[in-house]
Design a protein around this ligand. Structure first.
Ligand code: TRP
Length: 345
C-alpha cells in the first residue's frame, strides 16, 4: 500500500525556537514513519511581507539546519525549496484564475495582516493562500499538518481543489488539515514565544545563552521573597518545566515546594536551564554537524527539490492539458534556454 502524502512547511523567517520544536518539528519527525512527507521551505511566501535579500539565504540555511537537527530525514522525506521550482508559481497563477478577489479578502489572516502592516497590501499578500494551495496540490498531498492559524488557508486549498475538479475533471485530492496539538509556549517574557519578540530560546543557542535567557525569565510577579508562596499557574518557568523536565515526580515535588514558599526562583530557573540544555543536547550536536557543512545542506535542498520537481512537472503538464494549454514536452527543446538557445533561436 502506498503511503498518503503530506505537504507542510514554514517560511524561512529566522532560526527555529523551542516552541517550533515541541509544537511542530517533533510532530513532523514522527509523521515520517507513516507518511510520504514533503517539507517545504516557503521562501516565496516570505516576500509577501518583507524583503531582506541580504538575510534570505542565511535564514533558509539556518532553518534547514534546525529541521535536520530536529530529525527531519532527507533519506525518507523530500525537502523542497519553493523558489527554485517554477511550477509553484505557475500553478499559483492558474489557481488565481479560479479564485475571486472577494473570497481572498475574507481570509482572516489577510485581514489581520492588513490591519497590522499599516501598508497598502500587495496583490502577492492577497494571493498568499493561492500560492499555498499550489504548494499543496502540486504534489497532490492528502494531508497538511499545520497549526490552527493556518486552517483558513487549508480551507481555501480544499475549495480550489473542488473547483478545479468540477471545472476541468478529477485531478486533485481534497487535502485535509492535520491539527498539531501545538501547545503555544510562553516566551521568556510570558508572551507567546515568537522569533521577532526577543523572547525566544532558539535551537541554535549555546547552553550558556540558554541559561542566561532562563535566568532572566519572567516568573511569578506576586512573589517578592523566596519564602512567599509562589504560583505555578501562569508561570512560564513552570510551563516550560512541564515540557522539558524529564522527572515528573521530581517536578511535582518542586511545584509543591514552590507553592509553599520553600524554594527560590533562582533555583527553579537553574533547574529549568539544566532540563532544557539536557533536552536539547543531542539536537544541538546534530545541528553543529550540519551547520558546519553548508555545501551539504544545499545538496540536501537541491536533491529534494530535484525529486519534487519531476512530480511538480507532471502535475503541471496535466493541469495545462486539462485547461486547454499547450503541454507538449517537445516544446521544451524548441524553446530551451542555454548555449545558442533552442531550435527557434
Ligand atoms: N503559510 C505557512 C506558514 O506561515 C507556510 C506554508 C507555505 C505552508 N506553504 C505551505 C504550510 C503549504 C503548509 C502547506 O506557516
Amino acid at each position: 500500500m502506498t503511503k498518503d502524502r503530506i505537504l507542510t512547511g514554514h517560511r524561512p523567517t529566522g532560526p527555529r525556537h523551542i516552541g517550533h520544536l515541541v509544537g511542530t518539528l517533533e510532530n513532523w519527525a514522527r509523521l515520517q514513519d507513516t507518511y510520504d512527507c514533503f517539507f517545504l521551505v516557503a521562501d516565496l511566501h516570505v516576500l509577501t511581507t518583507n524583503y531582506q535579500p541580504e538575510h534570505l539565504q542565511d535564514n533558509v540555511r539556518n532553518m534547514l539546519a534546525d529541521w535536520l537537527a530536529a530529525g527531519i530525514d532527507p533519506e525518507r522525506s523530500t525537502i523542497v525549496l519553493q523558489s527554485i521550482i517554477p511550477e509553484h508559481a505557475q500553478l499559483a497563477l492558474l489557481f488565481g484564475m479560479l479564485t475571486t478577489v472577494a473570497r481572498l479578502e475574507r481570509v482572516p489572516t489577510y485581514k489581520d495582516q492588513v490591519r497590522e502592516l499599516n501598508l497598502q497590501p500587495s496583490s502577492g499578500l492577497l494571493t498568499y493562500p493561492v500560492l499555498q494551495a499550489a504548494d499543496i496540490l502540486l504534489y497532490k498531498a492528502q494531508v497538511v499538518p499545520v497549526g490552527e492559524d493556518q486552517l483558513p488557508h487549508i480551507e481555501l486549498a480544499r475549495e480550489t481543489s473542488r473547483r478545479f475538479n468540477q471545472t476541468f475533471g478529477e485531478t486533485f485530492p481534497e487535502p485535509e488539515a492535520l491539527l498539531s496539538e501545538a501547545a503555544r509556549l510562553p516566551g521568556t517574557d510570558n508572551r507567546t514565544m515568537h522569533t521577532s519578540y526577543g523572547n525566544a530560546i532558539f535551537l541554535r543557542d549555546t547552553p550558556e545563552e540558554t541559561t542566561r535567557k532562563v535566568m532572566d525569565m519572567y516568573t511569578d510577579p506576586t512573589r517578592l521573597r523566596a519564602t512567599d508562596p509562589g504560583h505555578v499557574e501562569g508561570n512560564p518557568v513552570f510551563a516550560l518545566l512541564d515540557i522539558f523536565h524529564s522527572d515528573k515526580a521530581g517536578l511535582a515535588e518542586l511545584k509543591s515546594r514552590y507553592t509553599e514558599g520553600k524554594v527560590g526562583d533562582v533555583e527553579v530557573k537553574r533547574i529549568l536551564a539544566e532540563s532544557l540544555n539536557a533536552y536539547l543536547a543531542p539536537l544541538r550536536e546534530r545541528r553543529q554537524v550540519f551547520a558546519s557543512q553548508p555545501a551539504r545542506l544545499m545538496e540536501i535542498l537541491y536533491g529534494g527539490s530535484a525529486r519534487a520537481r519531476s512530480i511538480a512537472r507532471s502535475t503541471l503538464d496535466e493541469v495545462y492539458e486539462k485547461m486547454g494549454l499547450l503541454h507538449d514536452r517537445a516544446l521544451d527543446e524548441k524553446i530551451r534556454l542555454g548555449h545558442g538557445g533552442g531550435a527557434y533561436c
